[in-house]
Design a protein around this ligand. Sequence first.
Ligand code: PRP
Ligand code: MG
Length: 212
Amino acid sequence: MSNLRIAVQKSGRLNEDSMNILKDIGISIDNGKDQLKAAARNFPVEVFYLRNGDIPQYLRDGVVDAAIIGENVLIEKGNDLNFVERLGFSKCKVSIAVPKESKANSLKDLDGKRIATSYPETVKKYLKEYNLDAQLHIINGSVEIAPNIGLADGICDIVSSGSTLFKNGLKEIEVLLKSEAVLAVSPKISKERQAILQKIQFRIQSVLKGRD
Ligand code: PRP
Ligand code: MG
């Protein structure tokens, strides 16, 4: 029988929660951290440890059959992809923030201004929806520093506890979207692997019920 190939975040905030849910549904993986791929001992599953932003393309290409991924990443890079289950963990917001002394109160107030972000497609989507125009600076990390160094008037980034915003003297002025981890699926998944995924999905559903 062929293995279901499931992608999880290699390192970062989703990694631990992802490995926990796999453990909770009884899939045990020998996790040598440096391994990029590991087979489960007791289930026809192989786990691939990948960079978050790369996962949508792997799903599209059918290199992996499924993934545990933030909905925000799917919205940014995988709008064409489907997910079969919300997982209820790794909740966060994708928000607009500005320096706390700024007079801007919403994304609308940043019309014609500069916004730094790692989520350009998401920001563009909302700018278009509101019929606004802004200059986007794409940064891959530490976005919250941008207003302080004069690079931007506002930012769009993930907010979880709010601590990074606070430490950088920023305030949240608009929540663009709320996100959580989801179980995404490749459009190229085979029938056989689809059946394995369904088993995993049933187990996940009962674990999530138990967590409520
Ligand atoms: C993420 C995100 C925010 C922060 C939000 O950054 O980009 O900066 O976490 O979390 P908080 O609201 O709990 O502070 P991360 O620490 O992953 O680093 P990076 O932006 O450099 O990738
Ligand atoms: Mg950050």
